[in-house]
Unconditional design. Sequence first.
Length: 190
Amino acid sequence: MYIKKKFINIRKIIFSIIILNSILIFSQNYPSRYGMKGGWNYSNIDAVDNLGEKSGYISGIIDEVYVSMFLEKQISQKSYLQSGLLFSYTESVNFIELPLFYKYNFYKNFSFLIGPKIEYIPDKQYNNFYYFKNRFGLSANLGIDYSLSKKWTIEGYYSRAFVKQFDQLILEYYNSKRNVYRIGISYYFN
């Protein structure tokens, strides 16, 4: 019953974000832009071991990536909303993410990013010795981006997890939350 209720609440949140995006796209005279982004994840898995001591995992240099299609809607002279569908690979686990950023251009080509992110683990239940306690997760994002040109932007942000999503049964760490540093590049199609 609890899991079903939790799933229904997550579906309501996702539906609300989609409706909010639709309203914003069609309700303002400011332009909308869309594009693609990709880059590198650096994950810090916050967990406990089988004795209850702090444990976890810090990712390697080249084995984690992300890619995303996104939509950005200007809502005022210096403010934007950005959302998209992001695919991420971390430590043999795939994530589908739905971030919603408030973006504020604070100085020339620099913008501040902040917002929530819903994540979902689509992998099989015992993917490479993982047990997925919660397929849905919730995180907060905080970052900055820099516009190189009208079409290209570089970004960096930190994502802090609030939900314990999985256990790693071989390395014996449990109640894992995935905190992520990201560095990437965005390309706007229009």
